[in-house]
Design a protein around this ligand. Structure first.
Ligand SMILES: Nc1nc2c(ncn2[C@@H]2O[C@H](COP(=O)(O)OP(=O)(O)OP(=O)(O)O)[C@@H](O)[C@H]2O)c(=O)[nH]1
Length: 603
């Protein structure tokens, strides 16, 4: 191998031959965008080395190339004269927009076409055929235009050797990208089945990684866009920006940075938007502006994502460590190539291969983070479910208890209400009985069972009204036991009471069908109201009453006591008042007493 490292910002060139008989002797470069091949050849041959502006590859880093402006390279290849077979020159780096190769002999220069893929099949590099030169040295000029970071590993091989090498590289890269595609599809299926958005973000991140890997490995060029200048100028930068946007977004999603509610959340969200905007700008007319933005933001984002992973890990999220480790491995692997490209050390082919290893390790570690998150979330969910079940049980028990207490309280209340209602009803019934008794008592004479004087007074005014309205007569009997004091004195008060009861009974029996009311009017006085009776009938009735009392006698202990009664009778006029009526009947009674007692007198 003959590694010749050329490094200029942002270009690098690495060349390798695989045949001892061919060697690249000289690689010079000049920043002469405005010149065509004949002017370049002329300038190169005629000018003195100092004035030409051509620089050997080791000093080429001094050239400040502008994006989009071509650089000229001069390659002097020594060709052994015995070697007749043609060789293939392959540029195995996809990051250039346009590459034109010229072969010069003397002042004659002719362009060399890229060998068609019809001949070579899909190739990971741009291949040119080199025929044996007329003299020992083959002189080539290369005009290279690029819009982004470019390194050009270059190799010279026999066609058979190149084809072998290419199929081996294709198979390896195909397997590598195939695995990434399977991982992406697997995660899409998982995300769909589990309805988990983070799987989709992971799949999107893997998709962007596939895009990135396809671009840097030349698969995109080999299979998709070929030598299309627009795709070469814009797609690589677009993939780089888009891929970083999705990486930051995946970090945000898996670590749930949005819920941290601090500067991380804001910064990372802003970064996602910035990379997305840069990705869109990449598709515009000035991708170089966006590449500058990417340079600056990536410098800031790379350590930021590592810190973010570690911060998440310190917050108790183990996924963070996997993410930080994966991201670091990827960047270290990229750094190995980048440091080589900028001339820190001699770059080797395996430095580029290392980046693929870095991507693979990063993808695997990110999937570990994903698995760890799922496990953690599942166990958190289980814990939450157990807790929820426990709470539900406790709630059910509490509800049961509340029902029980309520039921008991209700039963107790119902019992109490029922008891109270019963007591109240009883009290009401007793009160009613009491009222009736009271009413009766207030109207009835307790000894004789006749109406009392109060009752008589009430009835008398009603009876007088009725007599007045109906125009019928109202007759009043007033009776008084003769010499009752004497009877009490001789036979005792109880004997008197017995006689009072006998007289009362007689009044009731005799006047039952006539009297509206019979009352005990005073001590031994009785009054009866007899409505609608003719005078003659009244006199006869009073006489019958008197005789019945006289005949009846009063049984007291073993004696029959003789009792008589004087009776006053008065029939009122319709306009009489109660007082007048009572006075009149009282006067009739007085007359009966005065005229010898035991008689009926009429007022
Ligand atoms: N045993 C008893 N005696 C009563 C009751 N109420 C009143 N007396 C008595 O009735 C008597 C009434 O007597 P007086 O009014 O003086 O008249 P009297 O002895 O009946 O004589 P005359 O009426 O003139 O025939 C009194 O001695 C009263 O004590 C009662 O409820 N029971």
């Amino acid at each position: 191998d003959l590694p010749a490292v050329f490094a200029t910002r942002p270009y690098a060139l690495q060349s390798t031959t695989h045949n001892d008989q061919i060697s690249i002797q000289q690689v010079l470069t000049v920043n002469a965008a405005e010149l065509d091949i004949s002017q370049v050849r002329h300038q190169h041959l005629e000018s003195t080395p100092d004035a030409s502006g051509w620089l050997p590859i080791t000093q080429a880093a001094a050239i400040q190339n502008e994006y989009g402006k071509p650089l000229w390279f001069y390659l002097a290849i020594d060709w052994d004269s015995v070697l007749t077979e043609p060789r293939w020159l392959a540029f195995n780096w996809p990051f250039y927009t346009r590459m034109e190769l010229y072969r010069c002999q003397g002042n004659q220069c002719e362009p060399l076409p890229v060998i068609s893929t019809d001949v070579t099949g899909p190739t990971l590099s741009s291949v040119f055929e080199l025929a044996r030169p007329g003299d020992q040295q083959l002189e080539l000029y290369m005009r290279l235009t690029t819009e982004g970071k470019v390194a050009i590993p270059m190799s010279v091989r026999t066609p058979a050797d190149y084809m072998n090498h290419n199929s081996y590289q294709l198979a390896l890269t195909g397997a590598y990208i195939g695995i990434l595609v399977v991982m992406m599809l697997y995660n899409i299926v998982l995300g769909t089945l589990l309805r988990d958005g983070v799987y989709f973000w992971y799949s999107a991140y893997v998709a962007s990684t596939i895009g990135y890997a396809m671009t840097i490995n030349g698969v995109g060029r080999a299979l998709l866009w070929g030598e299309a200048i627009w795709a070469k100028g814009h797609l690589i930068g677009f993939v780089a920006c888009f891929s970083l946007a999705l990486t930051v977004q995946f970090f945000r999603q898996i670590l749930q940075v949005g819920s941290w509610h601090n500067k991380w959340s804001e910064i990372t969200r802003m970064l996602v938007w910035c990379f997305l905007i840069l990705a869109i700008l990449q598709l515009g007319p000035h991708p170089e502006v966006s590449i500058r933005g990417w340079d600056i933001l990536a410098l800031f984002t790379i350590p930021l994502l590592v810190t973010l992973g570690i911060a998440a890990w310190r917050r108790g999220n183990p996924s963070g460590l996997f993410l930080a480790a994966g991201w670091m491995l990827f960047n270290i692997s990229s750094m190995v190539a980048i440091l080589g490209l900028i001339g820190v050390y001699q770059i080797q082919t395996w430095h580029f291969a290392l980046q693929n290893v870095g991507i693979a390790l990063e993808t695997v570690l990110f999937s570990f983070a994903q698995a760890e998150r799922i496990n953690r979330e599942r166990s958190q969910k289980e814990q939450a479910q157990n807790l929820a079940v426990q709470y539900l049980q406790e709630a059910a028990e509490a509800r049961e208890l509340a029902f029980k207490v309520e039921r008991e309280a209700k039963n107790h209340l119902e019992d109490q209400v029922e008891r109270r209602t019963r007591e109240l009803r009883l009290a009401l019934a007793q009160l009613e009985t009491l009222n009736i008794a009271l009413d009766t008592r207030s109207k009835v004479d307790s000894l004789t069972g006749l109406a009392n004087r109060r009752h008589l007074d009430e009835t008398l005014s009603l009876a007088l009204n009725a007599a007045r309205q109906n125009g019928w007569p109202l007759t009043v009997f007033m009776g008084d036991i003769d010499h009752f004091k004497l009877l009490n004195d001789e036979h005792g008060h109880s004997a008197g009471d017995a006689c009072l009861m006998m007289v009362a009974a007689e009044w009731q029996e005799t006047l039952r069908n006539h009297a509206q009311i019979i009352a005990r009017y005073g001590g031994e006085e009785f009054v009866a109201l007899i409505p609608g009776i003719a005078n003659a009938d009244a006199h006869e009735l009073a006489e019958t009453l008197r005789q019945n009392i006289e005949k009846r006698g009063c049984r007291y202990e073993d004696k029959i006591l003789h009792v008589t009664q004087s009776i006053g009778v008065f029939t009122c006029r319709p306009d009489s008042g109660a007082d007048e009526l009572l006075k009149s009947v009282d006067k009739a009674l007085y007359d009966a007493k005065h005229n010898g007692r035991n008689r009926v007198c009429y007022g």
